[in-house]
Design a protein around this ligand. Sequence first.
Ligand SMILES: [Fe+2]
Ligand SMILES: [Fe+2]
Length: 190
Amino acid sequence: MDFTKAVTKGKLLADQYSHVIDEVVKQYDERMGQDIVHGTRHWTNVFTNAYHIIENSPEVHNQLEEYLLGAFLFALFHDSKRKDEGLDLLHGYKGGAYFLEMVIKHNIEISPTIQTKIYRAITNHSTEIKSGISIISVCYDADRFDLFRVGKIPKIQYFSTPYCVNNFSNIIWNYKNKSSIETRVTDVFR
Ligand SMILES: [Fe+2]
Ligand SMILES: [Fe+2]
């Protein structure tokens, strides 16, 4: 897996939304500190994973840019309201509310349909296994594939995008292959 294109797109979106990101990261750092398990390196991996899934899902390419922006905003907000590194059952709900607040405050241009779905994805990402909704599935699968960062191997029953389900062992093999992980050193949110 080559994440170069994903990182390039992530940096483009990060430039476009730098004022939003600065605010999100500041409040996160003040509460949690930097470079930890659920911080901006994880958010970057979630976006690049999502990019990879979307790139390999031709059935969503008629909404490509909407999906990429939705995945980017999911990555940015889904763990942004954590209060600790544990289960923190409420962080999804708080992250969802924060996402809506920031969409209004910063006038983020996103279609109402995608906004509603990304809100739901952020809110439910740690409590719901499968949503049956395509863009939410992309977000959930992208987050779950980053379990590798804590030494856990994801299990197929928690995945739902056709690309991930149909290519699960290949994707796992690629993630285990260090050379693919070494390309993932960039943090697009800092
Ligand atoms: Fe989370
Ligand atoms: Fe996460």
